[in-house]
Ligand binder design. Sequence first.
Ligand code: GLN
Length: 499
Amino acid sequence: MSTDPTRMSAHELGAAIRSGELSSAAVTEAHLDRIAEVDGNVNAFLHVDRDAAMEQARAVDTRLAAGEDLGPLAGVPIAHKDLFTTTDMPTTAASRILEGWQPPYDATVSQRLRDAGLVILGKTNMDEFAMGSSTENSAYGVSRNPWDLSRVPGGSSGGSSAAVSAFEAPLATGTDTGGSIRQPAAVCGLVGAKPTYGGSSRYGVIAFASSLDTPGPFGRTVLDTALLHEAFSGHDPRDSTSIDAPVPPVVDAATRADVAGMRIGVVTELDGEGYQPGVMQRFRESVALLESLGATVVNVSCPSFETALSAYYLIAPSECSSNLARFDAMRYGLRVADDGDHGTEDVMSLTRAEGFGPEVKRRIMLGTYALSSGYYDAYYGSAQQVRTLIKRDFEAAFGDVDVLVSPTTPTTAFPLGERAEDPMAMYLADLCTIPTNLAGNAALSVPCGLAPEDGLPVGLQVMAPALADDRTYRVGAAVEAALGQNNGGALLTRDAVAV
Ligand code: GLN
């Protein structure tokens, strides 16, 4: 075990803090120093509050010294995607329209993690309102991939993935509407989970597409990710779509790492053409590995997945056009042309014209069009029908197998700027992750090696039925353990990290 707190896992840090071997103050300070050292290059953070973080850490140390039991992550630092409201820090969704906005309440996720004694280091960069796959749509500059600073860290939760990958934070939160946790986790060599829809609370998470948005965890190990997942999940009466059921036993599953006797399906529609050869190579090796560990592997066809991307790009923009109507220059953040010479409507439209970036405007226009009378049935209506077909394909598949697997992304991290002007190329980054969002079930991405052609991380996606999130962790932990033994843990020690 390393003695540098920034190189330790969240699980190790939590244990060391509980036993009194390390203080939360020392651990927090080490991470703040790391941020000061590397974030000029990485730009993972939009907001860091050193004094507030140290104050939280000392308060946790005092409570622990008084004998309070705050759980396994007490005193461990965390970074929050800037989509989660926090009472003590601004929340901008990386948009100009919310510049400097200070929320009056905490998101349930922020609140629960505070209660569990986690220390908030700061808020992380993202694509504006979580629309994008590279973090290049942020109004506050791009984040960079710590493995190669000329490449994207994925998106939309790219600040969170960059921060954890660069050892600036052991844990981070994200949200996954179409892939925004799994895709950045995959391209930064991390574990990232999209919980079952309704398994984690959306209360206080700035809404993009409410029927898809799912808060979830990032970590460098499967166990760390499971510990965070468990710490913030569970029923929340303040979210009307929250599920009133026990949290799946993800931590227990993460410690079992055993796939013997499991049936694993390879989705034939997410396996092949247009994928980077090195990604496919590592994916096929992972499937062979799972088979060697005692799982039965079969091919499963889910034909509706071919139309998932098109359906998503009607449903998500439709919901976004409705959700973003609240940014009307009256209630939050930016207000321009408020000079007495302009009417209310002018103030609203000028504020929206200046406050929203190009991708957000594109989505609002697409969504408004798809929902407009005369086009509603043809666009939004058909997309909802496709959604039902995707659910049915998942149901049929899970009648036969315990989990489905695919590559998480078709390629490794792409160069900054490569897809920025080509929305279609950008949208393709989520080809493999979107079906799970449309169906609402659980999925996880776990590192499965480096692509031979560029030395960059590849992610294996594991998908499970709703409320069977624990299965994704079980498979993830088995892959992690087997690869750790096979390559001396090279992936986890990140010797290749560029910062
Ligand atoms: N990249 C997808 C999009 O732009 C997914 C985003 C997300 O999951 N928040 O919509």
